[in-house]
Design a protein around this ligand. Structure first.
Ligand code: TMO
Length: 315
């Protein structure tokens, strides 16, 4: 008798556990943290929304180059910002192979490109047309660059070397190891009004503080990246700029939608405009809040917006 009651209790208990796992896995949702402000803040916004619905969340730091492998093997679940200008190639490969799931495109229109503060046009008349760089490269030279101009790229994979070669520019590429180092370089050049050309993107905080422009390279096209004959250099790829009106997407591991259906719906509904992404970036990079504080401020000020992202059947 005692034994059968025990059995019943165990049976009931294990059923409860099984049922609970289907509704809310105890395992945390693994959200990727990259290394620029809007991504780091939007990751916290998504994480906070999942947590409010009772899901556990774990953040994992990954450079963009390392995230694909982790997504493919379901060792990371959610990446909230995939930018066309820096990540389209990997994204396309992964999607074609069914190694990730597209969770939708934001309203925000993005651009990632060589950029300079407006006063630099005095050193290099003809900008933003890239051909101006052919004659005034030397104003961007630095000790050790052997008279070549120096372009400061960020810690993201970009075909800048290939582009410089294809367009015949006398530039050397240096890459910072963090996004913040880009802003340190920018601030120190601006302080003394020195020439600088560096990687920048929109939306972020820069546009709200500093006037400046993107360099206008030959218009981007897929052909430019795949067919050497395309464009002004008929032997080399990348004789063009980055997309001017790029997309911004959310992606997940293939396991995520079935394992966490409600969070997947929330993620699909989550949407931001350029102005919203600029706002949360400015809270961090200008107002010096933490990423979580910025996320909390946005969530507090925009309840009506995010409540609509949560499907009825999830609450
Ligand atoms: C991926 N990023 C927005 C830094 O260009």
């Amino acid at each position: 008798m005692k034994n059968s009651i025990l059995c019943l209790v165990i049976l009931l208990f294990s059923n409860v556990v099984v049922a609970q796992q289907i509704v809310t896995p105890l395992e945390p949702i693994k959200i990727i943290l990259n290394n620029w402000t809007s991504q780091l803040t939007v990751a916290r916004i998504a994480g906070s929304l999942f947590q409010r619905q009772g899901f556990a969340v774990k953040y994992i730091r990954l450079p963009t180059a390392g995230q694909w492998y982790m997504l493919k093997h379901n060792r990371a679940d959610v990446q909230v910002e995939v930018w066309q200008g820096t990540m389209a190639e990997k994204y396309d490969q992964m999607l074609k192979a069914n190694w990730l799931v597209d969770a939708g495109t934001y309203d925000a229109i993005t651009r990632e490109e060589w950029w300079y503060p407006e006063y630099v046009e005095e050193y290099c008349p003809g900008l933003p047309d890239w051909r101006a760089l052919k004659s005034c490269f030397s104003v961007f030279s630095k000790p050790g660059s052997q008279g070549f101009g120096v372009y400061i790229g960020g810690p993201w994979e970009k075909p800048d070397k290939a582009r410089v070669r294809a367009l015949g520019l006398k530039f050397k590429i240096t890459n910072t190891t963090t996004g913040n180092q880009l802003w340190e370089e920018l601030e120190s050049a601006i302080k003394d009004k020195l020439p600088i050309v560096l990687f920048n993107w929109t939306p972020n905080w820069v546009g709200s503080i500093h006037k400046g422009k993107f360099v206008e390279f030959p218009e981007h096209s897929i052909e430019c990246e795949t067919n050497p004959q395309w464009g002004i250099n008929t032997s080399f790829l990348y004789d063009c700029g980055n997309p001017k009106a790029g997309w911004l997407k959310k992606v997940t591991s293939t396991e995520f939608p079935t394992k966490w259906p409600c969070p997947f719906e929330i993620l699909k509904n989550m949407n931001f405009s350029n102005a919203q992404l600029e706002y949360i970036s400015t809270l961090v990079d200008v107002k010096k809040m933490s990423y979580q504080q910025s996320a909390d401020v946005w969530l507090k000020e925009n309840q009506q917006i995010w409540q609509d992202w949560i499907p009825k059947e999830c609450s």
